[in-house]
Design a protein around this ligand. Sequence first.
Ligand code: ATP
Length: 744
Amino acid sequence: MKRLKTLEINGFKSFQKKTVLDFQVPIVCIVGPNGSGKSNVVEAVRFVLGEQSMKSMRGKQGADLIFKGSKNLPKSSRAYVSIYFNNSDKVFKLPDEEGKNASLGYDTVSISREVYPDGVNKYILNGGEARLKDVNSLLSSVNIGSSGHHIISQGEADRILSVNPKERKEMVEDALGLKIYQYKIRETERKLERTGENMKEVAMLRKENAPHLRFLQKQMEKAEKARDMRVELLSLYKEYLKKESAYLEKESGELTAEKRRISSELEVLRKKIAGTEEKNISEEENMKELGALERRSAELRKAKGELERKLGRLEGILEMEKERAKTAGESRVLSPEAAEEAIREIDFLLEEADGLETLSEIRAVLERMRSVMDDLRRQSGPEQKPDDGKMEELEKSRKEISEEIEKMAEEEEEAANKAEELRKENREKLEKLREAEKERFGLRMKEQELSSALELLSVREENLVREKGDFENEIREGAPLVGQEIMSYKHSSADGEDGREYREEMRKKIERIKIKLEDAGAGGAEIEKEFKEATERDQFLEKEMEDLSESIKSLEALMADLKNKIDLEFKEGIKKINAEFQKFFELMFGGGTASLKVVVENRNKNRRNAEEEEEEIAEEEEESEPEQGIEISVSLPHKKVRELHALSGGERSLTSIALLFAMSQVNPPPFLILDETDAALDEANSRKYGDMLEKLSSRSQLIVVTHNRETMSRAGILYGVTIGGDGGSKLLSVKFDEAVAIAK
Ligand code: ATP
């Protein structure tokens, strides 16, 4: 199949007018005088295929590629070249959006490139603007490498011989279609590098985040602990408040009942005490009566005494009167002895009377004193004759007084009896009083007790009020910590009866947790959110890290794969090239041997001083892979020459052509352009060259720029290029003879 169809040149270099070349035959020759623009045609092909090197198109900048005008022709506004390929077999491929190669549906693929004076380039694929990358991948799908090994410019054939082994290797690799793998390797390397950088970045981000994450982690742990503590606190609260409220209710009930009981008891008691005090008053009345009686007795005694003394005197007088009646007229003198005797007697009686108690005793003493007195009177006074009337009167008085005394004595006795009775009564009363006193004392004691108990109750009441206050406080303080559930502490009658100590213990526990909670601080929800975000971020980064290291692994695997592939295909390719090289060489020289040899380049050929070398070694180790190159070894028939530089110009030319042709046969490109590769050949070698062209043309279309008649004779189409009087190149299809004429 003739892959290459046509080439259109417009405003490119010397081609001012639109010029169309048709390539529907195996060999197309372009002939023309020097400077007519033949090489510009070759460069137009390079250009449209995406050549980036200005040098290889003999220009410095984009503008140099645009027809710059002549005496009679205006300069072009742009250079525009299009190339058309047959794609009826749909072999052209382009990577789709997912990067997979997809066949292009057009039967004809057209690629165009424009360049403007400002250097701006435009690529167009089948009418649509495209990227250079697309052009490259499209071409690589038909073995047209971007390095352009399929275009051998004037004087370039020799290049494959003159370059160094490393460069030669690159040319061979390109011919073998390995460039695409190398691009891939380079791309993979870049990806690896980017991935490594990303990993570093991610690792750094994680490292940066780590302290904050740790901090949040700790906060979270604290918050979790706080949550646990709150749960514990709530259950403690419920238990405690239940017990406490049970206690408070019980205590309050007890206090009320106790108070009522004691108060009523106290009331009864106080009434009793008041009752005992009334009895006291009645006793006093009794005492008054007794006093009155005693006073009356004393009065009676006094009055009776006076009466008795009166009676005594009266009786004495009566006695004396009686005596006087007996001894009337007699005078008597009292002897001193008798007087002294009488005084002593009276003194004695007085002394005796002093110790007496009872009335009768006193009376007896008084009687004896009276007789003493009577004796004295009798012994001293003159005797008179008693008057009978007077005697009677005296007798009457004596009787009256005696009766009075008698009466008084009776009354006295009565009073004495009454007093005795009263005293007895009083004694009994006193006894009763003492008992009552005792009872009252007892009652007072009891009252005291009850009052104290009451006081104690009020202390307990105060305590209860305080405890109730504490209880409510506890709820107020607890609610913000554990929520409203704190109110669900309701106790049942079955609860309670836990000692104060137990409740106190619980309260202490609660207190301890509250302090811990205060320490733990607030902000649970916020921290949780932040922690979640930070963790998710970290996990995301971790996942990213894993992904990155995964992709590094797969990139490295891909790399190894690619290197392997290159290695393999390179070795295979070298073998194939060598086989072809040998054939072409033999064909050219009628014998001899030629082959390519892969060598490892010693990059330290030019030894520097030792110090530098050490540094170099370190650098080399990093680069690790030794650089390979390709050397050519030839042996001409019947000659000993083996060194390339010792070959003649023609020999060099033939050798390089043989090698280039051999290279092109491994992965034959759809077309080969040879720009005066045959310039150095003599007639005999020109024929051999022509034979080779024909051989080659079975697999690749050939576009040959030549002055060689032998070469021209092998062409299917001959184009003559001339430079007109207007300064623009002209192209015309010519016959062989015309061509021979034009070429001269
Ligand atoms: P030879 O056979 O000697 O190699 P050739 O036929 O290959 O010659 P080219 O080298 O292709 O000729 O053409 C060179 C000619 O193209 C020169 O005359 C040059 O002035 C002309 N040329 C190059 N660039 C431009 C341009 N931008 N505008 C006009 N003419 C140009």
